[in-house]
Design a protein around this ligand. Structure first.
Ligand code: FAD
Length: 523
């Protein structure tokens, strides 16, 4: 029997969202004996039910509620109703993530000091440093089974990686490998080894790749202290007269409004929905939304500098075989301002299925030149760029002035204006990516603009000073001691690495803090 807690139980920890942040936090709290309910807007779809077709899988797993976007970033032009590419299901976006798990470098926690005053940014140092997070990175890597750590072997290279590696070495790169990946090369932790079947941006049936659906949630439920309540869409959080949160209003699977009482609330809806819930939780006492006395909720949205370089070769590559992102170049990750920008970036192999390639390779393209490129699918190699983008106060998730969702609440708008540093980095990465493929013998390269964002960060950032952010270094909001942020919204700056390992490390650390505070009765 699944665990089921009472909606009247005011001793519970309530976690909103079951993805990398919420699913992990639910397990960690339950392990410590803290009775926890996760409210998840999407359905529970077990791995064996995941569809093996990229379009059907997208429809099965994605967050398709209306969103809008604006600003100078290419996503606003190419995908006006789809700023981000996220999941709405138990497991969140860990159902379709690629599994790439690099760590931040030390200087990325001190961006304000290292990069200096950058006009048009809201750069800050993180209120915690790498040495404080390192033990939690270790635990996150162990939990997720990251290759190259804790005795987990590396994944085997596919053709996409081999071609990238040949070109990379020819132009002088040295830090080239199949990378740190949360995909089992061999059976581990009750999950099987990878069968290297490719197309792993869909839900993955084999469970070789870590997700909260196949690891954290069942382990949490097995403690008897965790309930995952599916199809429960949180509308707002409520506070008592003393200014502490005490309950959450959600629409259940039939759209009926329900109230779950809470001892504390942790928000892990990803960096668009998390600030949206806080902004939608306004009332006469909190006219600007909860935890927003600084006015920073929703601001400083970051999504990483990104883009893809495809190389076309005269022989078959079949980039889609094997693990999508098990190929990484890290030589550009470091701080080297002589390149004309601050921050660094990584190259990671990528492969799209034919339908998504047709939609996303050159959005809006048409005609014989475009179809001729698509015909080279078998001969294509692909690498993706993920680089540090600059936080900017105007880059923000805000409530749409007119448009409402199915529950009558304002939908979110995501506004991004590229900073000149972002554009300089992207230009450098496109050129270097082309050099890599040309050195490996490519006959032509194609530069693809950013896809809808999979990495979403910064909209409730951690800050030393309350007036500069939304929460402290534990993710506890500055304004409300029993309200926590438990996803990528926490990030003070984006760093270059894919964010999930850092999210998992931060919430493991947060769970210890919550347990201590509960013991001391200080929240
Ligand atoms: C195609 C793709 C590939 C990726 N590959 C990588 C990778 O290789 N490495 C990496 O580090 N990252 C990768 N990512 C990013 C990674 O998936 C995210 O960083 C991670 O899942 C974020 O965790 P989260 O907990 O913040 O949000 P999510 O995992 O998105 O979970 C949020 C959950 O909250 C739920 N929710 C939202 N609002 C509400 C509400 N109002 N009520 C109830 N529930 C709600 C959602 O339904 C969702 O289930 C990838 C993303 C995509 C799209």
């Amino acid at each position: 029997m699944p665990n089921r807690f009472s909606q009247q139980d005011d001793t519970l920890a309530v976690v909103i969202g079951s993805g990398a942040g919420g699913g992990t936090l639910g397990h960690e709290l339950a392990k410590k004996g803290i009775r926890t309910v996760i409210l998840e807007a999407g359905p529970r779809i077990e791995a064996h039910e995941h569809l093996d077709d990229e379009v059907a899988s997208h429809e099965q797993l994605s967050w398709l509620d209306q969103r809008t976007t604006s600003g100078t970033w290419s996503v606003a032009k190419n995908y006006p109703n789809s700023p981000a590419w996220l999941c709405k299901a138990v497991g969140g976006t860990t159902l379709r993530w690629a599994g790439c798990c690099p760590r931040f470098l030390a200087h990325e926690f001190r961006a304000r000091d290292v990069y200096g005053e950058m006009a048009g940014t809201s750069l800050l140092n993180w209120p915690l440093q790498l040495d404080e997070l390192e033990p939690y990175y270790d635990r996150a890597e162990d939990k997720m089974g990251v290759t190259g750590t804790h005795g987990v072997p590396m994944l085997r290279a596919n053709n996409n990686q081999r071609i990238m590696a040949v070109g990379a070495k020819r132009i002088g790169y040295r830090d080239v490998s199949t990378g740190a990946m949360a995909i089992n090369p061999v059976p581990r932790d009750g999950r099987p080894g990878s069968i290297y079947d490719g197309f792993c941006y869909q839900g993955i049936r084999s469970n070789a790749r870590w997700s909260t659906l196949n690891a954290e949630i069942p382990k949490g439920e097995a403690t008897g202290k965790l309930e995952v309540r599916e199809r429960c869409h949180v509308l707002r959080i409520e506070a008592d007269t003393a200014g502490k949160v005490n309950g959450v209003i959600y629409a259940d699977r039939d759209g009926v409004h329900q109230r779950q009482r809470a001892r504390l609330v942790c928000l892990a809806g990803n960096a668009i929905e998390t600030p949206r819930i806080l902004l939608n939780s306004c009332d006469s006492r909190f006219p600007d939304g909860l935890a927003n006395s600084s006015g920073q909720v929703g601001k400083n949205y970051m999504r990483h500098v990104s883009g893809t370089v495809f190389g076309i070769f005269d022989q078959p590559v079949r980039m889609y075989r094997g693990n999508v992102m098990a190929g990484q170049i890290k030589d550009e990750h470091h701080f080297q301002p002589k390149r004309g920008f601050v921050g660094g970036y990584l190259f990671e192999t990528i492969a799209l299925g034919p339908t998504f390639l047709a939609l996303q390779m050159q959005p809006g393209a048409w005609g014989r030149r475009f179809t001729a490129d698509l015909e080279t699918y078998e001969r294509m190699a692909g690498m993706w760029i993920t680089g540090e983008d600059m936080p900017r106060p105007g880059n923000a998730v805000t409530l749409h002035p007119d448009q409402k969702d199915q529950f009558g609440l304002p939908i979110p708008n995501v506004h991004v204006d590229d900073h000149p540093n972002d554009l300089a980095m992207q230009k450098h990465a496109y050129l270097q990516g082309s050099r890599v493929y040309e050195a490996a013998g490519a006959v032509r390269t194609i530069h693809t603009p950013s896809y809808p964002s999979g990495h979403n960060m910064g909209t409730c950032r951690m800050s030393e000073r309350p007036e500069e952010g939304v929460c402290n270094k534990w993710g506890q909001t500055h304004d409300i001691s029993n309200l926590f942020i438990s996803d990528g919204s926490l990030f003070t700056t984006s760093g270059a690495p894919n964010p999930t390992l850092t999210i998992v490390a931060l919430v493991i650390r947060q769970s210890e803090y919550i347990a201590e505070q509960l013991n001391k009765l200080s929240i």
